[in-house]
Design a protein around this ligand. Sequence first.
Ligand SMILES: [Zn+2]
Length: 128
Amino acid sequence: MLSILLEAPSSYDRNTSMRQNRQVYNRGFNFTGGTTAFSQGNVISNLDRGVPGSGANILKHERTHLLQNRIFGPIYVGSAALWYAVAIVYSVHMWWNFNKDPAETITKVGHDDSPWEIWASQYDPPGG
Ligand SMILES: [Zn+2]
C-alpha cells in the first residue's frame, strides 16, 4: 500500500496553484467515486473529475467555494454540513413515503439546492 502511494504520480497542478493562494489537484479526494471535484479550505481536489484536462471548465466554480470558505470559515462548513443533514432526513422521508431514490434526493436537495452551490453555480458548469 505504501509503495503504491509513493509511486503514484502527483496530480498537483502547478500552473493553477502557484502564486494563486490555493492548492489544486487534478485527481484525488471526492465524495462521488471520481465524478465531482471537492474543495475545502484552500485545496481543490479531483478538479478533472476523471477526464484529464477538463478541470479548467469548473475552476471558477471551485474557486468560488474557496472564497466562500475564506469569507465565512466555519459558518460555511457548518451550514453546508447542516444542509446535508437535513437533506438526508428529507431523503429518508421521500424514500419511505414515495419510494424516491435517496441518493438522488440527497444530491438534489443537499448539493444542488444549497445556497452555497447556487452561488458558485453562477460560474457554470457546477461540478463539486
Ligand atoms: Zn460546487
